[in-house]
Design a protein around this ligand. Structure first.
Ligand SMILES: NC(=O)c1ccc[n+]([C@@H]2O[C@H](COP(=O)([O-])OP(=O)(O)OC[C@H]3O[C@@H](n4cnc5c(N)ncnc54)[C@H](O)[C@@H]3O)[C@@H](O)[C@H]2O)c1
Length: 284
């Protein structure tokens, strides 16, 4: 019988993490607060995997096999029974995550790894909410999870070598390339990206360059597949602005002070692709 992974939160990231574990041959139990949310998460996995079958990247037999290993529930206690790792991917709210980690700490035997997919919160602080911080770790996947190759593995102050080594091994089995990073604000990727997004917004705000020229420069001069403001429009102007604000709050460093352009765009509901306009206009 294959090992079992439990994923708490069946949203964008949780369903993606569940999918890569399923494709790697694990049993997966997906948990959310309402059955409707669980079903939506499973539906998203179905859609992704069906596309793979259509494109010939996955055989029908593998497809059937994947779904025989997936279960969804709203019952955390049932869901974590027998799991080797529980990955938390709920909303980015410290109090909510803390409550979940406290519950998991009681429900799971001491050798079960408790991982958080937080993009900003301190793993050391989350771990401090448990009686066994040695088994708490961060696994920061990127969206869309089945496509992006990296995972940042974040060691808290008390994370044990056993937990870190087993987590790296599991991430590799999921087909990802893990890098072990320190528990600092933004870890590695968001630390850079927030600065880059903010600089692009400031340049546009003070008239130094247009969004089109910035994107052209980055695509042709740095070989990025997408321009900076194209990426912000895709991720959401508000999402990026909140991440930069969080970095500013956590570090207190002026270089992360959010560009005034973000506030202006949010007031005008120019949030990117999702509202039909951000740095660019989009056909609805
Ligand atoms: N979206 C991204 O690009 C991205 C990238 C990296 C990391 N993250 C992080 O991943 C986490 C999840 O983000 P997301 O984009 O998937 O959010 P999302 O809003 O798509 O999904 C969150 C899910 O958690 C569920 N949930 C809330 N409380 C719960 C509880 N008590 N028990 C079980 N489920 C609960 C919600 O119902 C929802 O389905 C966040 O910490 C976020 O910062 C997001």
């Amino acid at each position: 019988m294959s090992e079992k992974i439990t994923v708490i939160g069946a949203g964008t990231m949780g369903s993606g993490i569940a999918q890569i574990a399923l494709e790697a041959g694990f049993q997966v139990n997906l948990v959310d607060t309402e059955q409707g949310f669980v079903d939506r998460g499973i539906g998203n996995i179905l859609k992704f995997v069906e596309k793979k079958v259509e494109k010939g990247k996955l055989a029908q037999v593998q497809y059937d096999n994947i779904f025989s290993r997936l279960t969804g529930t709203t019952d955390v206690k049932k869901a974590v029974a027998g799991a080797v790792m529980v990955v938390e991917a709920v909303f980015e709210k410290f109090e909510l995550k803390k409550e979940i980690f406290q519950k998991l700490d009681i429900l799971c035997p001491p050798d079960v790894i408790l991982a958080s997919n937080t993009s900003t919160l301190s793993i050391t602080s989350l771990a401090a909410a448990t009686k066994n911080p040695a088994r708490v770790i961060g696994t920061h996947y990127f969206s869309p999870v089945p496509v992006m190759r990296l995972v940042e593995v974040i060691r808290g102050k008390e994370t044990s070598d056993t937990t870190a080594n087993k987590t790296v091994e599991l991430c590799q089995k999921f087909g990802k390339t893990p890098i072990v990073v320190k528990d600092i604000p933004g870890f590695i990727v968001n630390r850079f990206l927030c600065l880059i997004y903010n600089e692009a917004a400031n340049m546009i705000h003070n008239g130094s360059a247009s969004a089109e020229d910035i994107d052209m420069a980055i695509k042709l001069g740095c070989n990025w597949p997408m321009g900076i403001t194209e990426i912000i429009d895709l991720a959401g102007v508000d999402v990026c602005a909140f991440a930069i604000e969080a970095m500013y709050q956590m570090t207190g460093e002026e270089r992360y002070k959010p560009s005034p352009l973000f506030e202006k765009m949010m007031a005008e509901k120019k949030l990117g692709r999702k509202t039909g306009e951000g740095f660019y206009k989009y056909e609805k």
